[in-house]
Design a protein around this ligand. Structure first.
Ligand code: SF4
Ligand code: SF4
Length: 98
């Protein structure tokens, strides 16, 4: 049983996660810093693909509703451009045991 669980891809595991979406974003990026950011590491390291750079709008789109609250993005962003806080009480990601 444990072995089968370990064979699952990260996307399979993410598909088992539930969310209680907050009405207000708990992640906000400073677009003035983002527009000057060359590597846009947030779009590469987030396991839930929360950040996406929109070339037409020339800004980073943040789908905060999908956030796993791992905190990796705020550590990885060298420009300190992410205002990150936990969602309101009772909101955010809900991890299941199976
Ligand atoms: S890594 Fe930081 S500065 Fe760069 S695009 Fe992402 S949030 Fe903006
Ligand atoms: S906290 Fe984790 S899951 Fe949420 S946006 Fe940052 S890297 Fe992605």
């Amino acid at each position: 049983m444990q072995k089968d669980e370990n064979k699952k891809s990260i996307q399979d595991k993410i598909a088992t996660i539930k969310y209680n979406c907050d009405s207000k974003p708990h992640l906000i990026v400073d677009q003035k810093k983002c527009v000057k950011c060359k590597n846009k590491i947030c779009t590469k390291i987030c396991p839930a693909k929360v950040y996406e750079f929109d070339e037409n709008l020339n800004e980073v789109i943040v789908q905060y509703e999908n956030c796993l609250e791992c905190g990796a993005c705020r550590i990885a962003c060298a420009k300190n451009a992410i205002t990150w806080k936990y969602p309101s009480s009772g909101c955010g990601v809900i991890f299941k045991n199976n």
